[in-house]
Structures are given as C-alpha cells and as structure tokens.
Write a protein of this length. Structure first.
Length: 187
C-alpha cells in the first residue's frame, strides 16, 4: 500500500512514493496489518481509555484501534509526510474529534495515557525509556512483538520492573503481545 495522496490531491507531489507498508505484505494485508492491529483492543483496560500509538507510520495499529474504541487516541509520528497522511485519513474517516496527530519525536510529546502501544519502533528496553513519561501508575503497555519477545523482555528487565503478561498473537504463531503494567525504572 502506497500513499498516492488521492485523499488530498493538491499535495500529490509531496506524498508520492511514501511506502506505508512493506510491498511483501500486500498479499496478507488483512491478517498482517488490520487484524494484527485490531487484536490489541482486547487489552483495553476500560471502555473509553486514552491510547497513544508511538511511531504510527501508516496508522498501524493506531488508526485501526481508533476505529474500534471510543476513547481518545494520540498518534505520534515524527516524519512530516506520514503525519500529514495520518491527518488526512483521520479527517476522511471522521475521527478528528477523538484522534490527535503529533508530528514529533515521542520524547517531546506531553500527556499521560491509559494505554501505550507501539509496533516495530524499538527494542523493549529502549521503548520503555522513550515512553515512560507518557505513563501513569495504571498505564497498560500493549506491545506486539515478534519471535524475539522473550529476549527483549529479559533484556528490559535488567533496567525495568513491571508486571508482565505474555499473550499469543492471533495472527502469527511466532509472535507475542507483551502486556505490561506497573512499569518503572530500576534504581
């Protein structure tokens, strides 16, 4: 899927060539991207929870989550063209009243959220360091991870304490979802 900016024709030249997903995943777009994102909603701690999706890129999982939940969603995407794409899609889907786009590095974003998610952004240890300031004591991190989930978790637990649930992905037998609560840096 490439953004050809048919959503906003006057910016066509700015968006041409934006690779939003890997061409190799086009044949499995439903399972690999849509369902993979949608499965995260089952970990919402309560109806109307606030979500933040770090490194939203093509809106995965953030846009899919926004279509399925009722609470506010913040999509953080530092790349301007992708943030513009997300803004266009949010507008066209009628989600502008609940979805905010932050075109910035995650470290510069302010706010506290009930759920933090990120897909293919960074190893867990680094991701927790980048996002801890967005959490509160009850925040749930819902993080889809590939076959290295257990290794990332072990490495992160050197520097972080947390309660962990490891859930099997519904879309990939080799992938897991790390559901973290009570996250804090070790002193």
């Amino acid at each position: 899927m490439r953004s050809n900016c048919s959503l906003r024709s006057h910016s066509h030249s700015k968006c041409r060539g934006q690779n939003l997903i890997a061409p190799s995943t086009l044949g499995t777009i439903w399972e690999r991207h849509v369902l993979d994102s949608a499965q995260l909603v089952r970990f919402e701690p309560f109806n109307g929870a606030s979500w933040v999706d770090v490194g939203s890129g093509a809106g995965l999982p953030g846009l899919i989550v926004a279509l399925l939940v009722k609470g506010p969603i913040t999509l953080i995407e530092p790349r301007r063209l992708r943030a513009e794409f997300l803004s266009d899609v949010v507008s066209k889907l009628g989600l502008a009243d609940r979805v905010t786009i932050e075109c910035a590095k995650v470290e510069r974003v302010q706010g506290k959220f009930d759920v933090i998610t990120a897909r293919a952004v960074a190893a867990l240890d680094r991701l927790l360091a980048m996002t801890e300031h967005l959490s509160k004591s009850e925040t749930v991190w819902v993080l889809p991870k590939g076959k290295n989930a257990q290794t990332e978790l072990a490495q992160a637990q050197v520097n972080w304490h947390c309660d962990v649930r490891v859930e099997q992905s519904c879309t990939d037998p080799e992938s897991q979802i790390l559901v973290l609560t009570r996250v804090g840096a070790k002193k």
